[in-house]
Write a protein that binds this ligand. Structure first.
Ligand SMILES: Cc1ncc(COP(=O)(O)O)c(C=O)c1O
Length: 392
């Protein structure tokens, strides 16, 4: 007989907690000489590693400029400012809060538009419907690493004379029609924080083909000081330290392997969870590759037998960490709810209710993914008893 789920008193599938993510970092030995060099030289910021990292990313993405900054959030703030955006900006609510917080910091008004339920990305038709006379840009997200509907969004932006920015926080490792996302739109802004495939400790990259924007980001990350000590505009300190740039450079060498490995892990998840009723996966359009920075599924309680939150609780008892990305969505968060009047965000609200992210990282063992699937299967098979227990 099968073991009962841990929530019903059985043995947990995992003896120790399986975290939602495990950062895969470069080995210290491969970096130690260069780290020593940084410390000895005293050049701890704005040095050769920053330049080397920017050059390598530029080549990898196939863009004219890759400007390294202290985070994706500061990169977004500087990009929104650097493009001279004004008034309203169309943005999804089914995203991480920083996509929108950076807009507000840049003095812009977010206008939320709905996402496609399958891809979980900004729906071009909804984005177009959200355009107001004050709109200056559309900001889209490659959600969880799934390339956005880039061509359709560019078409909308062109027809309305708008800028198009991609929050590409999850974008390293994602391929759009076979090529890395990054050269499309006016700018792509990436995160290099520890939950990503390409990790610099903390950090971000602004990728753009516009010389003018790249200049503004370079000056903007230095307080707005181009070197003359006469501020061109109000900037911030958004520099990337040398040690972080070095870590990023080493991490870039492992990026392709990380993306492939995550896709292999997801293939296991798909195979073992795809047969369960009520479990659905993020839809990746033909020709694209998801980086799977996160692996998110939706749970239909009618057919799966349990609510998303019940599954999360039962998985926690098995020592499996999960996340509700993104619940609450940005338009229902305290700081942003007042921007959300009269918007139709049915898919956003649906996804926020039914989505759950399962553990994934860049060198996850097959066995871990398989055991997580077994745990989900077992919980599904005992759904009636779990519901019963919760009622009592
Ligand atoms: C979609 C999205 N945008 C922006 C950010 C902010 O990135 P950072 O922590 O590098 O500022 C994140 C963080 O994970 C994110 O998920």
């Amino acid at each position: 007989m099968k073991n009962s789920p841990a929530i019903l008193g059985g043995q947990p599938v995992f003896a120790a907690k399986v975290n939602i993510v495990r950062p895969v970092l470069p080995d210290f030995n491969e970096m130690s000489d260069e780290v020593q060099g940084i410390l000895k030289s005293g050049m701890v910021t704005k040095g050769q590693h920053l330049r080397a990292f920017e050059q390598a990313v530029q080549e990898h993405l196939g863009v004219r400029h890759a400007v390294a900054v202290s985070s994706c959030t500061t990169g977004l703030m500087l990009t929104y400012k650097g493009l001279g955006l004004t008034g309203d900006v169309v943005v999804p609510s089914f995203t991480f809060m920083a996509t929108v917080s950076a807009l507000v910091w840049a003095g812009l008004r977010p206008v939320f538009a709905d996402v496609d339920r399958g891809t979980t990305n900004l729906d071009p038709a909804a984005a177009e419907a959200a355009i107001t006379p004050q709109t200056s840009a559309i900001v889209a997200v490659h959600n969880f690493g799934n390339p956005a509907d880039i061509d359709a969004l560019q078409d909308v932006a062109n027809r309305h004379g708008l800028k198009l920015v991609f929050d590409s926080a999850h974008g390293f490792g994602a391929l759009y029609q076979g090529k890395p996302v990054g050269s499309q739109g006016d700018a792509h802004v990436y995160s290099l924080s520890p939950t990503k495939l390409l990790i610099a400790g903390e950090g971000g990259i602004v990728a753009t083909n516009h010389d003018d924007l790249a200049d503004k980001i370079r000056i903007g990350r230095e307080y707005g000081n181009s070197g003359s000590y006469d501020s061109a505009f109000a900037g911030i300190n958004a520099r990337m330290p040398e040690i972080n740039a070095l870590m990023g450079l080493h991490s870039l060498q492992r990026l392709e392997e990380a993306a492939q490995r995550r896709n292999e892990t997801v293939a296991i998840y798909h195979e073992l969870l795809g047969c369960l009723p009520g479990v659905h996966f993020q839809e990746v359009r033909p020709g694209n590759r998801n980086s799977y920075k996160d692996f998110s599924i939706t749970i239909d309680p009618q057919t799966f037998g349990l609510e998303r939150d019940d599954l999360m609780q039962a998985l926690a008892a098995e020592n499996v960490d999960t996340r509700k990305y993104y619940d609450p969505p940005v338009h229902r968060q305290t700081a942003y709810a007042h921007y959300a009047d009269d918007t139709d965000l049915a898919n956003t609200n649906w996804l926020a209710t039914y989505s759950v992210s399962l553990p994934i990282w860049s060198n996850m063992e097959n066995e871990t993914a398989m055991k997580i699937c077994q745990a989900v299967q077992n919980i599904h098979e005992h759904a009636a008893q779990i519901r019963e227990q919760q009622r009592s």
